[in-house]
Design a protein around this ligand. Structure first.
Ligand code: ARG
Length: 462
């Protein structure tokens, strides 16, 4: 990056001394906002075309600007563009180069525009593209979870509350629970996209402009759904970015929860799943180790994205209308949140369908902890006992079985009948793991038949 452009700044007309080197380094943003170059060029080309259409720019100038910017885009894409700190940000770097390339016409591009509405436009375009990328990855991951759920629709595992064994559930049902979280994240991102996808350009510095701009035409050229309603708001609003990062933070919180489960499940104590080797690493000292690095990193990166959201909220707090330079600080947290969410989704989309479920271990774990105690109570209710009394009877039976260190289903009939004469020989058919899950067949319940129905509904919607 060159530093030599400190003289002749675009705004230097009223200044008698140049910015100190320290302030130049302190205030530059081109080191991180250069990644907005595509959006900046698209926005400038649309602005120029519109200026031509409304008669503010001559057709020859528009032509020179549009093709000059195309040339700059090629230079940037091919790594031939030299970014200059002295030119502060992506906008001034590109505009300065344009004028170098095409002369006078380049200086006319900024007519009726300010960097305030320019940057707001670029960031909105960037957010829109970022959301579209995340949604594509979410769709891949959700499809992988659906396949995994289908494969494991009958696999029994313990369901937990308070991290204690509660009732048996199916592994497929658990995967569909993850998928529901993800689908809400998808909806939140698309909802944020609606509010991000309106054009601020034409708001100029803060008050609008004297030129007869056709803002709707620019919106159409750039694929915006409409234009912003108020120029003061448009140049200062960053809530579209905050909403997007908020959706990313919540998405990461979900991925972090899954990560925690996968980390637990892949320990020898649980042994519910094996993660493919390519998502794990070994230890340099302990030869037996296979560490679940990918889920651990995803869990750890959640902190960054929650931090990004916090940074943006505090950045906006207390800002008076309209644009303030504070807003330059929106970019790094926004980019970091989008990058991190994208990378975490990409590794999960890759890994999730390849999770190996150790069905026997899951089943054995589900048989521990009296997970079918509720089924025994439900059995007694069907024999006419009130649920509260049944609950009490089963509690005593569980205490007895715990003392004998066996499961309820291992108690002989005479022993079970000591707790209630309503218990008959048919009870055993009701307190197996498979009977327990099959019986939970309310809509959205864990029964394999319900899991299959949910998968069918998901597939018919897709
Ligand atoms: N680099 C600035 C930003 O990201 C661009 C807008 C600067 N506007 C200004 N009036 N200094 O916010």
């Amino acid at each position: 990056m060159s530093q030599d452009a400190s003289k002749n700044r675009m705004w230097s007309g009223r200044f008698t001394e140049s910015t100190s080197a320290l302030v130049e380094r302190f205030s530059e943003s081109v080191s991180f906002d250069q990644r907005l170059w595509k959006q900046d060029i698209a926005g400038s080309q649309a602005h120029a075309r519109m200026l031509g259409r409304v008669g503010v720019l001559a057709a020859t100038d528009v032509e020179a600007i549009v093709s000059g910017l195309d040339g700059i885009a090629t230079d940037i894409a091919e790594g031939r563009f030299e970014w200059s700190f002295g030119l502060e940000d992506v906008h001034m770097n590109i505009e300065a180069r344009l004028t170098e390339r095409i002369g006078e016409a380049g200086k006319r591009l900024h007519t009726g525009r300010s960097r305030n509405d320019q940057v707001a436009t670029d960031v909105r375009l960037y957010v829109r593209d970022g959301i579209d990328e995340l949604v594509g990855l979410i769709d891949r991951l959700a499809a992988g979870l659906l396949d995994l759920a289908e494969r494991e629709a009958d696999s029994v595992m313990p369901g937990f509350t308070h991290m204690q064994v509660a009732q048996p559930v199916t592994f497929g049902h658990h995967m569909l629970a993850w998928r529901e979280q993800l689908l809400r994240d998808r909806a939140r991102l698309l909802d944020a996209r609606k509010r991000a996808n309106v054009l601020p350009l034409g708001s100029a510095a803060l008050a609008g402009t004297v030129y007869p701009l056709d803002r709707h035409y620019v919106a159409e050229l750039l694929g915006f759904d409409g234009v912003t309603e108020n120029s003061l708001d448009a140049v200062s609003d960053r809530d579209f970015a905050i909403e997007t990062v908020s959706a990313c933070a919540l998405l990461m919180v979900h991925l972090s929860r899954w990560s925690e489960e996968l980390i637990l499940w892949s320990t020898p104590m649980f042994g519910f799943v094996a993660l493919p080797d390519r998502y794990c690493t070994g230890s340099s000292i302990m030869p037996q180790k296979k560490n679940p690095d990918v889920p651990e990193l995803v869990r750890g990166k959640t902190g960054r994205v929650v931090g990004d959201l916090n940074a943006l909220l505090v950045l906006m707090k207390g800002q008076p209308l309209a644009y303030n330079r504070d807003n330059q600080e929106d970019k790094e947290p926004l980019f970091d949140a989008l990058d991190t969410a994208r990378d975490c989704l990409a590794v999960y989309a890759d890994m999730a369908p390849n999770i190996v479920v150790k069905r026997e271990n899951c089943r054995a774990a589900a048989a521990k902890g009296f997970s079918t105690a509720t089924d025994l109570a439900d059995y007694l209710v069907r024999q006419g006992l009130a649920f509260r009394d049944a609950h009490h009877v089963v509690g005593s039976a569980v205490a007895h079985a715990a003392q004998k260190a066996c499961d309820l289903a291992d108690l002989p009939l005479e022993e079970l009948r000591q707790f209630s004469p309503l218990i008959g020989a048919d009870v055993y058919a009701h307190i197996t793991l498979d009977a327990s899950v099959a019986a939970r067949s309310t809509y959205g319940g864990t029964a394999p038949a319900q899991v299959r129905a949910a998968i069918a509904r998901a597939r018919s919607k897709a």
